[in-house]
Write a protein that binds this ligand. Structure first.
Ligand code: C2E
Ligand code: CA
Ligand code: CA
Ligand code: CA
Length: 279
């Protein structure tokens, strides 16, 4: 056994050993971060094109790491997904952002909806409904002001069970948005079975909207199809006026992207909302 252990050792390059030690250290500090709640939530507005107003905001998590600074999701979400820690993080984000949305609501800033990303792991755990019910109860946020962003692959993981779960959520008045639309590989025939309200066109189709005929054709087709299924459409990653004009012409309902605002801390979003109230 000793020898096998020794032999095994040579399968690992020193790089891989470093990687796994680092990974373990990161996992340990991620656990601590949950315990100490080192996460901060930034908010990115979505602009309704018919009303020309910010009507909702997406909650996007960051990790305020004690030594490494503010870390973006790409630096820790993959590990959080792998280790299942994403469920605890997701719960913290849900709670924090619903409490935040309740403050906007109480300030009379117009009904600003909060969109929260859910991961497949949260769905798999089977207690997602209880968690959402508890958060709505403890924050007092009306369910109509909560939207959940889900991906096709999450829904497809256990189609019948998840469709039933989505129906339960909608029965409470929560809205559902299909995130990163166009990047999944599920058949369009499933789309009509999903009990959702909104399609969010993935940023990859928007980035070159004004230069790439194919992206423009796909975007137009998604918008038309969504509307014929009675779904609303949000385009993400809208960075330029030219993107905005094209999307407006195509009948897109809302936009989200750096053109309107980057994701910002709550006080900065509040300032934007105050400004539009006065306008
Ligand atoms: P996502 O859900 O697709 O979120 C949109 C991402 O696009 C955000 O990146 C946002 O900052 C970025 N973005 C928005 N507008 C623009 C734009 O005009 N140009 C460009 N280049 N980028 C734009 P972020 O905040 O780094 O989040 C990355 C991903 O991390 C999210 O993608 C989402 O999948 C995940 N994530 C973030 N917060 C949470 C969370 O609380 N729970 C879960 N499960 N995942 C989260
Ligand atoms: Ca999202
Ligand atoms: Ca997205
Ligand atoms: Ca995306």
């Amino acid at each position: 056994a000793k020898r096998a252990g020794g032999n095994n050792f040579q399968f690992y390059s020193s790089d891989m050993r470093v990687a796994s030690v680092e990974q373990l250290a990161l996992e340990t500090s991620l656990r601590k971060a949950i315990f100490k709640n080192e996460f901060v939530v930034h908010y990115q507005p979505k602009m309704d094109l018919a009303r020309n107003r910010i009507t909702s905001a997406e909650a996007l998590v960051r990790w305020q790491h004690p030594t490494m600074g503010l870390l973006p999701p790409k630096d820790f979400i993959p590990l959080a997904e792998e280790t299942g820690l994403i469920s605890a993080i997701g719960e913290l984000v849900l709670e924090r952002s619903c409490r935040q949305a309740m403050q906007w609501h109480e300030r009379g800033l117009g009904d600003i909806c909060i969109s929260v990303n859910l991961s497949a792991h949260q769905f798999r755990k089977g207690n997602v409904l209880e968690i959402i019910d508890r958060v709505l109860r403890t924050t007092g946020l009306p369910a109509q002001l909560l939207e959940l962003e889900l991906t096709e692959s999450l829904i497809m993981e256990d189609l019948d069970k998840n469709i039933a779960l989505l129906r339960e959520l909608r029965a409470r008045g929560i809205s559902l948005s299909l995130d990163d639309f166009g990047t999944g590989y599920s058949s369009l025939s499933y789309l009509k079975r999903f009990p959702i309200d909104t399609l969010k066109i993935d940023r990859s189709f928007i980035t070159e909207l004004d230069q790439n005929q194919d992206d423009a054709a796909i975007t137009r087709a998604i918008i038309d199809m969504a509307h014929s299924l009675n779904l609303r459409v949000v385009a993400e990653g809208v960075e330029t006026e030219s993107h905005l004009e094209i999307l407006r012409d195509m009948g897109c309902d809302s936009i989200q992207g750096f053109l309107v605002s980057r994701p910002v801390p709550a006080p900065e979003l509040l300032a934007l909302l105050e400004t539009q109230r006065q306008a």
